[in-house]
Design a protein around this ligand. Structure first.
Ligand code: BV8
Ligand code: ZN
Length: 241
């Protein structure tokens, strides 16, 4: 799918003339690394949707099942590598002093690609936290022994924001303030459905930013953005940098 050269030119110009740049990424940016997206066909595990399993209620009632779900995702992620889309964003960060990468993804691929200033809105699948003493730890065991316990005896859970759980206040506030004051915002590979992440694009628009969406499909945000580039992030982002 070839992208109109004028769209790429406009985006390049905007990046050049912008002081502060914000990028919001979703599962789509990792799909070319082989990571199944949530709402695509790969969003299923043993016939269950992520939305059913990524909840405190599911963990409360079936902690083993939820841990098996995350252990499976960790085993998939252990094998995958960042793709040209991730690397292009790490490059872009080096070119722009005021650059913020906000991701909904928990796969850690942006960090692996070399991005530095990352706001992980939904946490990180390699981070655990204790349900009793709240101690946080990094654990990359694949497989992980199920069920994992803290030294204090408490059950460990993925340090991830589940559906129905609120996001980390100061991460979210930082994301809000960056989006409302930036000159340009890229919204890449997200179905723009999950809140509050989906409100960041409109917030940037209201703040006067030039908003560019990169996605092979239209989303609820497409009509509101300044430029919608239809295509895969792994192909488009490297052409912008
Ligand atoms: C909150 C961690 C309340 C988990 C995630 C009704 C009932 C219950 C809740 C709600 C409700 N209505 C609204 C809500 C709130 C809920 C929500 O928004 N639900 C949605 C489903 C409607 N939100 C929450 O619960 C949030 N918390 O609101 O708390 C509250 C409020 C105040 C005080 C206390 C409490 C928490 C949301 C966070 C949930 N956790 N992840 C895990 O990963 O296991 S969200 C999960 O979805 C992932 O993080 C994922 O990133 C995210 C969003 O999905 P996308 O990233 O957009 O991925 P998706 O598959 O949807 O789309 C992929 C896109 O990529 C597509 O558009 C596709 O076209 C595109 N694409 C594909 N290939 C490519 C590509 N693009 C570019 N290049 C390609 N090659
Ligand atoms: Zn503990």
């Amino acid at each position: 799918m070839t992208v109109p050269e004028k769209d790429l030119e406009t985006a390049r110009e905007k990046v050049k003339s912008s002081r502060s740049v914000v990028v919001l990424s979703g599962a789509g940016i990792s799909s070319e690394s082989g990571v199944p997206t949530f709402r695509g066909s790969g969003g299923l595990w043993q016939g269950r949707r992520a939305e059913e399993l990524a909840t405190p209620e599911a963990f409360e009632s079936e902690p083993k099942l939820v841990w098996e779900f995350y252990d499976w995702r960790r085993s998939v992620l252990k094998e995958v590598k960042p793709n040209p889309g991730h690397f292009a964003l790490a490059e872009l960060e080096k070119l722009k002093k005021d650059f913020t990468l906000i991701t909904q993804n928990v796969d850690g691929l942006h960090e692996e690609a070399g991005s530095k200033n990352i706001l992980e809105l939904h946490g990180n699948i390699w981070h655990l936290k204790c349900t009793v003493c709240n101690a946080k730890s990094r654990n990359t065991d694949v497989p992980i022994s199920i069920l994992p316990y803290c030294e204090c005896g408490g059950l460990l859970r993925p340090d991830i924001v589940w559906f129905g759980e609120s996001l980390d206040e100061n991460i979210l506030n930082k994301a809000f303030s960056k989006c409302s004051s930036c000159d340009i915002m890229f919204v890449v590979g997200t179905s723009a459905v999950v809140q509050p992440a989906a409100s960041l694009g409109p917030l940037a628009k209201r703040g006067g930013a030039f908003v560019i969406e990169i996605n092979p499909e239209p989303t609820p945000l497409t009509d509101a953005v300044d430029l919608a580039i239809t295509g895969k992030s792994g192909e488009i982002l490297p052409q912008l940098i």
